[in-house]
Write a protein that binds this ligand. Structure first.
Ligand SMILES: Nc1ncnc2c1ncn2[C@@H]1O[C@H](COP(=O)(O)OP(=O)(O)OP(=O)(O)O)[C@@H](O)[C@H]1O
Ligand SMILES: [Mg+2]
Length: 307
């Protein structure tokens, strides 16, 4: 066991230099013990320099921008402050929100997600805060809101830029007081939830246009996280492409196909307006249409244009 640990530390020193070794040696005894077990070894090496394998292997990416994001996430995870995640569509905002919840002290409590853009404002209020029996026609019994369901855990408010102004005011009140009032209720209830909000809109611009409350912004943006567009993540496109191919071919019981040079070039040159989600779909599509080799011709027209 200790031989294994020593070998692992030597491996870390060889790969990541003295700084990596110092960090490895400063890990808790438990972590080092875990590190000595082969299955965990990859995770701990990953912790030091290689982002793949982090957060249960779900967030893939090693580019400098993703490393910067992981560094911020490490700071954010142990706290209970609200988090605001900003990024283009498909960059992984929900994935990051889940990782923050799962990595932190609230992981054994619920993570509840609500898309603020998908439902009308009056409905959103009763979704988030619940309602009392008789609050409106059809309310034939009390209903718990997301903030109560998630008590002790995390509420993820997706597309917060689409939240209407009266809900913004109510949410601000909740964040200030730690209390909610169910629709039709006469008194407030204390709740303990961490709020993670996400938006692909420029909320600061919305503030200047008076469509987002500035005080709410500063409440939720205590710890802002910026998810970079895929096209700015150097080296991550192929890393993700191969990870998706591995995942989907495994799920479908197919042999893992290889990407030809022309396909790689096309993937790297494409701008990926739909970001990681677009790449994920592209790989699913390519896997379904191609054989053991994926060539540029097997890619969709818009991606192929970059070859
Ligand atoms: N770094 C990543 N590693 C692996 N998978 C990723 C990564 N980023 C995103 N994904 C995958 O891409 C898809 C889109 O991610 P997600 O839904 O979190 O994005 P989003 O930013 O919330 O998108 P939208 O703005 O459209 O709601 C998901 O299937 C997610 O698992
Ligand atoms: Mg999302």
């Amino acid at each position: 066991m200790f031989d294994e640990l020593r070998q692992l530390l030597e491996k870390i020193a060889a790969e990541h230099g003295a700084e990596g070794l110092a960090r490895a040696e400063s890990l808790s005894v438990e972590r080092r013990r875990a590190a000595a077990l082969p299955a965990e070894a990859a995770v701990i090496v990953g912790d030091l320099a290689d982002a793949e394998g982090r957060y249960r292997g779900r967030i893939i990416g090693r580019s400098p921008k993703m490393q910067a994001l992981y560094a911020m996430m490490e700071k954010v995870i142990p706290t209970t402050y609200p988090v605001l995640i900003h990024g283009e569509s498909g960059t992984g905002k929900e994935l990051v929100a889940q990782a923050i919840h799962q990595g932190g002290p609230r992981s054994d409590k619920p993570f509840v997600a609500e898309n603020c853009a998908a439902i009308p404002e009056t409905l959103l209020e009763s979704e988030l805060f619940g309602y009392k029996r008789g609050a409106f026609t059809g309310a034939d019994r009390d209903k718990l809101g997301m903030f109560q369901v998630a008590d002790g855990g995390t509420v993820f408010l997706d597309e917060i830029g689409d939240m209407g102004s009266s809900m913004q005011t109510k949410l601000l009140r909740t964040l200030q007081s730690g209390e909610i009032r169910p629709v039709g209720g006469k008194s407030n209830l204390i709740v303990d939830v961490r709020v993670i909000a996400a938006s692909n809109k420029n909320l600061k611009k919305m503030i200047s246009e008076k469509s987002f409350r500035e005080d709410l912004y500063y409440r939720i943006a205590v710890l802002p996280l910026e998810l970079p567009p895929l096209r700015e993540r150097e080296g991550d496109i192929l890393l993700l492409a191969e990870a998706f191919l591995k995942r989907f071919s495994g799920q479908m019981g197919l042999e893992l196909p290889t990407l030809t040079d022309s396909a790689r070039e096309a993937l790297c040159n494409h701008r990926w307006p739909g970001n990681v989600r677009e790449l994920e779909n592209e790989m699913q599509r390519a896997l379904a249409l191609s054989g053991p080799m994926i060539a540029a011709e097997d890619l969709s027209e818009q991606v192929r244009a970059g070859a």
